[in-house]
Write a protein that binds this ligand. Structure first.
Ligand code: 13P
Length: 252
C-alpha cells in the first residue's frame, strides 16, 4: 500500500510570524493524524522557525523546501545547498516545479541533478512535471510528460525511484481554480506509472507515489484520491490557510 502524501507548497508567501501562525493552526487540526504523510513547504527564510515549531511540538509533519542547488557548497550566489536544508531538519524538497522551469529557466537535466543530489543527501524529492494548455490542446501531453519524467529519472537506481514522489501538475490547472477532471488527472498519473514500469519494472512502478497538483481543494480532494494512480496532492493556494489545508489532509 502506498501511503498518501499531501504537500502544501506555500510558494512566495508568509512572513516568519505568519508561517508560525499557520503551522500552529495545523498543529491544532492535524497533529495526531498518521493516515497521510503531510508536508509543508515554506519559503527558505521560514524553514528554521517552522522546523523548530514542528520539532518542539512533536508534530508528524514533513518539512519541505521548494528548491535547492545540487552542489554541496561553493560559488553559487543566491543558492541553497542540500546540506543546508538537512541541517535545518528539512525532510522533503520540491524539484522542477513548473514555475521554476518557466520563470527561472530550469531544465530537465538540472532537475535530474537535483533529484540525484536530494537522494544522496537523504532528502525526499517531489519531482514535478506537467504540460501547458497549448501542449494539451495540441495533443502533446504524453510526449511532454514522458520527456520530463524520463530525463528526470536518468541513471537513477531503482531503489531511489521506488521511493520517489512525482507530482503531475498540468500548468493550466495551477492557480486557476480549474482543476483537471479526475479522469484526466488519473489518465496522466496512470501514464506516468506506466513510464516508470517501462523504464524499471512493475515493482518500482507500484511503489513510486504520484501526486496530482493544480487547484486542489477540500471539495475535490476525495474524488481525486479515489483514483487508482493518484497517491496524493501538491497543493498551492489551499495550503495557505490552516483550516483549509487540514481539510485536505483529513480528506478520508
Ligand atoms: P494551486 O493549488 O494554487 O493551483 O497550485 C498548485 C501548485 O503549483 C502546487 O505546487
Amino acid at each position: 500500500m502506498r501511503k498518501p502524501v499531501i504537500a502544501g507548497n506555500w510558494k512566495m508567501n508568509k512572513l516568519v510570524g505568519e508561517a508560525s501562525e499557520l503551522v500552529a493552526g495545523l498543529w491544532e487540526e492535524i497533529s495526531g493524524q498518521d493516515a497521510v504523510e503531510a508536508v509543508v513547504c515554506p519559503p527558505f527564510v521560514d524553514l528554521p522557525s517552522v522546523g523548530r515549531l514542528i520539532s518542539e511540538r512533536g508534530m508528524t509533519l514533513g518539512l519541505g523546501a521548494q528548491n535547492m542547488h545540487w552542489e554541496e557548497s561553493g560559488a553559487f550566489t543566491g543558492e541553497v545547498s542540500p546540506g543546508m536544508l538537512t541541517d535545518l531538519g528539512v525532510t522533503h524538497v520540491i524539484i522542477g516545479h513548473s514555475e521554476r522551469r518557466q520563470l527561472f529557466g530550469e531544465t530537465d537535466q538540472g532537475v535530474n541533478r537535483k533529484v540525484t543530489s536530494a537522494f544522496e543527501h537523504g532528502l525526499q524529492p517531489i519531482m514535478c512535471c506537467g504540460e501547458t494548455l497549448k501542449q494539451r490542446e495540441s495533443g502533446q501531453t504524453e510526449d511532454v510528460v514522458s520527456g520530463q519524467v524520463k530525463c528526470g529519472l536518468f541513471e537513477l537506481p531503482a531503489e531511489w525511484v521506488s521511493g520517489l514522489v512525482i507530482a503531475y501538475e498540468p500548468i493550466w490547472a495551477i492557480g486557476t481554480g480549474v482543476a483537471a477532471s479526475t479522469a484526466d488527472a488519473q489518465e496522466v498519473c496512470g501514464y506516468i506509472r506506466g513510464l516508470v514500469a517501462a523504464e524499471y519494472d512493475t515493482g518500482v512502478a507500484e511503489s513510486v507515489r504520484i501526486q496530482y497538483g493544480g487547484s486542489v481543494t477540500p471539495e475535490n480532494i476525495s474524488e481525486l484520491m479515489a483514483m487508482d494512480d493518484i497517491d496524493g496532492a501538491l497543493v498551492g493556494g489551499a495550503s495557505l490557510k490552516a483550516d483549509v489545508f487540514s481539510r485536505i489532509v483529513m480528506f478520508s
